[in-house]
Design a protein around this ligand. Structure first.
Ligand SMILES: [Zn+2]
Length: 256
């Protein structure tokens, strides 16, 4: 494996993580993700390029704004490092090429959506709708899934959650799943094909149930806090992307 390319994919991931932070912060506020340049949320001081180097600037400034010394959230370097490792892992999986770039885009979108869902309990349409369209569009390119698997995945992903959401709302009179979750699973289905959906839904529901129960046990009153499902769907999709074949084989050997 070429060391220079590994290093490049890691650094590329760091920079994408930096951009992902901008998206996570600005998209829910309907602000442009291109202009103006980043500034300190506390004092408005414009962040110079040398203070905007992923991770390194954060460590150098010891997590504070150069101007007003206000603390900067540790989540910024965390998202950068997360994207760097995702980019590196995708490089190992696909090698350097179009498939690598496309899946980095997919993983980056999932990271942005997950953190926005954490913060605001929404999955913005400006991300999921283009995500669905791009997923289906790239299925016409060579090297991926067929356009029909993608289309069935899109419809089945969105449709199955829509059905679950409607039935749940009928029975309980409360809204359990948001429209954003429906569009997110449609996007995942369009990118990964319908075959991926059962395992992704199973893994994300299990994850959501475990974390949800833990919250109820620990939090008491916090039981009513709505736990966003988007991060679990995203984690499920990424787990399937990297380990889907292994998990399917293991499952087959265990139970069939
Ligand atoms: Zn400041």
């Amino acid at each position: 494996m070429d060391f220079v390319l590994c290093l490049f994919s890691f650094l590329f991931g760091l920079c994408l993580g930096s951009f992902a932070n901008v998206c996570i912060y600005r998209i829910p506020q309907d602000k442009s993700i291109v202009r103006p340049p980043s500034s300190c949320p506390h004092c408005g001081h414009k962040i110079r390029f040398y203070d905007n180097i992923p991770v390194i600037s954060y460590l150098f400034l010891m997590g504070r704004c150069r101007q007003c010394k206000a603390f900067i959230s540790w989540r910024y370097p965390l998202v950068e490092i997360l994207m760097a490792f995702l980019s590196l892992a995708l490089f190992f999986k696909f090698g350097f090429g179009l498939q690598y770039l496309l899946w980095v885009l997919f993983a980056g979108t999932l990271v942005i959506l997950s953190f926005i869902d954490f913060d605001h309990k929404i999955l913005p349409d400006v991300l999921t709708f283009p995500g669905i369209a791009v997923g289906w569009f790239i299925s016409f390119l060579p090297g991926g899934i067929s356009w029909s698997d993608s289309l069935v995945g899109l419809v089945a992903g969105g449709g199955s959650l829509y059905l679950v959401a409607t039935v749940y709302a009928r029975i309980t009179g409360r809204e359990g799943l948001g429209g954003g979750d429906i569009k997110l699973l449609a996007m995942i289905g369009a990118w990964m094909g319908w075959q991926s959906l059962p395992l992704i839904v199973l893994m994300s529901s299990l994850g959501g149930a475990v974390i949800g129960s833990a919250f109820i046990l620990l939090g008491g009153k916090g039981a009513r806090t709505q736990i966003p499902f988007g991060p679990f769907l995203s984690l499920g999709a990424l787990a399937y992307l990297f380990f889907g074949r292994h998990i399917s084989l293991w499952y087959y050997n265990m139970f069939v």
